[in-house]
Design a protein around this ligand. Structure first.
Ligand code: NDP
Ligand code: 8X3
Length: 250
């Protein structure tokens, strides 16, 4: 019996690499994103893997619910949900950030993740089987200038993940929050709104994590013996570390 993984945001970055990883291991895949042409391309690339694509915006509560209830029987028993769809917008200080960017991050990273979880979790509880993997971030633990709302959304993901575990005690359902640091995907191009020069600077002269690294880690957390739960996993490139507190001197 094939297992089924449901990955949100599979059209790029971590989500696409995870789709490739799980397909390689013979899983059935439900892949989502807002760009149908990319989903179609990915489905072709992953053949002969069994793939079901769903094109919708995770900010749309009804679309999330309908996507899950529309699943054909072969894909309806989800073993792993990866809440990966998400983004950062802007790196301006809070006082001059664009409020609509904040709303988009909250609607996607927090509310979208909640909608998908709420749509899929009852089935997992009924089957007493399942694993929810959330994409948090080091930004959810460590503040940095310009991280403001993005970091806030990922702090939510961290605490929401742990609170899910509290509710799910007594079931066989696992919950994991993956917290990556510097990773090269389309993330920075989106953050800088298409400004590729600024995006490239983020990774210049260093060796960031790549999407395949995260895919491997996520795959590993979901294939450990069923009595083992990785609560959270923080991962940074060797080329990234911490700074002392910043102090203003007058
Ligand atoms: P990418 O920009 O490469 O991919 C983001 C994916 O999310 C795309 O497939 C995009 O699909 C999807 N997505 C974004 N908004 C929506 C939406 N409203 N509805 C549906 N899908 C959406 O970024 P990453 O792969 O790097 O990011 C994946 C996750 O990892 C995010 O949650 C991010 O915050 C987190 N993360 C990233 C890090 C990094 O440095 N790269 C580090 C730590 C965490 P489409 O546009 O087709 O809808
Ligand atoms: C992405 C990592 O440090 O750019 O979540 O916020 S960071």
């Amino acid at each position: 019996m094939h297992k089924t993984v449901f990955i949100t945001g599979a059209t790029a970055g971590f989500g696409k690499a995870m789709a490739e990883r799980y397909a390689h291991e013979g899983w059935n895949l439900v892949l989502t994103g807002r760009r149908q042409e990319r989903l179609d391309e990915l489905e072709k690339e992953l053949a002969p893997a069994k793939v079901h694509t769903l094109c919708f915006d995770v900010r749309d509560k009804q679309a999330c619910q309908e996507a899950v209830s529309s699943l054909p029987e072969a894909f309806a028993s989800i073993d792993v949900l990866v809440n990966n769809a998400g983004l950062a917008l802007g790196l301006d200080p809070a006082q001059s950030s664009d409020l609509s960017d904040w709303e988009t991050m909250i609607d996607t990273n927090i509310k979208g993740l909640m909608y998908m979880t709420r749509a899929i979790l009852p089935g997992m509880v009924e089957r007493d089987k399942g694993h929810i993997v959330n994409l948090g971030s080091v930004a959810g633990t460590y503040p940095y200038p310009g991280g403001n709302c993005y970091g806030g959304t990922k702090a939510f993901v961290n605490h929401f993940s742990k609170n899910l575990l509290a509710d799910l005690l007594g079931t066989r359902i696992r919950v994991t929050n993956i917290e990556p640091g510097l990773c090269e995907t389309e993330f920075s191009v989106i953050r800088f709104k298409g400004d590729k020069a600024s995006a490239n600077k983020v990774y210049e002269g260093t060796q960031p994590i790549v999407a395949e690294d995260i895919a491997e880690i996520v795959y590993w957390t979901t294939t450990l013996p069923p009595h083992v739960n990785i609560n959270s996993l923080e991962v940074m490139p060797v080329d990234q570390a911490f700074s002392p507190f910043a102090i203003n001197r007058r």
